[in-house]
Write a protein that binds this ligand. Structure first.
Ligand code: PEP
Length: 251
């Protein structure tokens, strides 16, 4: 079982096995075991085994995958499957990351399917939701994230909903250096918590980790983490450097 806060590194299309080995050596040298949080690495699928090997003595450091296909198996050249993710020992799978949605055209219907497959495989899906700048400026943030959340949960039973992780990642803040203020993050996390509560009740909703992501760095991590309703961080760019990531993990 994980502990909150959950601090997750999304390496995107960076760090092959050679880089990952060097990264882990440097990161582990300055990162003693912490019993009050769970840290997750999302490396490229081709780097997962290397990261798992490097972390085998550290149960507090988990490994996940960045994506799986919306079918469990079949003629889908180039894709990775949830069954393979489970087989390799991954514990968490990102779903609906903004780059999947906006670069690769992942639809709400695809996130519905993926969330169901991942839950059935008894892995933890980390559903990412977030509005574009246009949607924010149009006053649609709450409606957008609620729609994405509803789609993500559509095929899950209540026990499966209780086992998810959620990440609020405003699209305008991802990789842009523009971070939501802790107040902005708290407000939308509150909207998501409320939506979860209306599905599974207050008590269960309170236990579901809601992470914030979008230009988190070592300078703003502690403040974001201290904000009400922020249960963790999902970090892209600032997780690529071992020193920077180690200091965020200590935040
Ligand atoms: C992400 O990719 O999930 C992310 C939050 O990226 P960055 O930290 O670089 O904005």
């Amino acid at each position: 079982m994980y502990l909150k806060p959950v601090i997750a590194a999304n390496w995107k299309l960076n760090h092959g096995p050679t880089d990952a080995r060097a990264f882990l050596q440097r990161f582990l040298a300055q990162s003693p075991k912490q019993n009050d949080r769970t840290v997750i690495f999302f490396p490229s699928a081709l780097t997962v085994t290397t990261v798992m090997d490097g972390l085998k003595d550290r149960p507090d450091l988990w490994v996940g995958v960045q994506n799986v296909h919306s079918e469990a198996q079949g003629a889908f050249t180039g894709e990775n499957s949830v069954l393979m993710a489970r087989d390799i020992g991954a514990r968490v799978v990102l779903v609906g990351h903004s780059e999947r949605r906006h670069v690769f055209g992942e639809t709400d219907a695809m996130t519905t399917r993926k969330m169901a497959l991942i839950s059935q495989a008894r892995l933890i899906p980390m559903l990412c939701v977030g509005e574009t700048l246009e949607e924010r400026e149009g006053g649609h943030t709450a409606a957008v994230v609620e729609r994405q959340l509803t789609a993500g949960l559509a095929e899950l039973d209540d026990a499966q909903v209780a086992a998810i992780m959620l990440a609020y990642e405003p699209v305008w803040a991802i990789g842009t250096g523009r971070t939501a203020t802790p107040e902005d993050a708290s407000e939308i996390h509150g909207v998501l918590r409320q939506a979860l509560a209306s599905r599974v009740g207050d008590k269960v909703a309170a236990g579901i980790p809601i992470l914030y992501g979008g230009s988190v760095n070592r300078g703003n991590a502690a403040q974001l983490l201290a904000a009400p309703d922020v249960d963790g961080l999902l970090v892209g760019g600032a997780s690529l450097d071992a020193d920077s990531w180690a200091s965020i993990v200590r935040a």
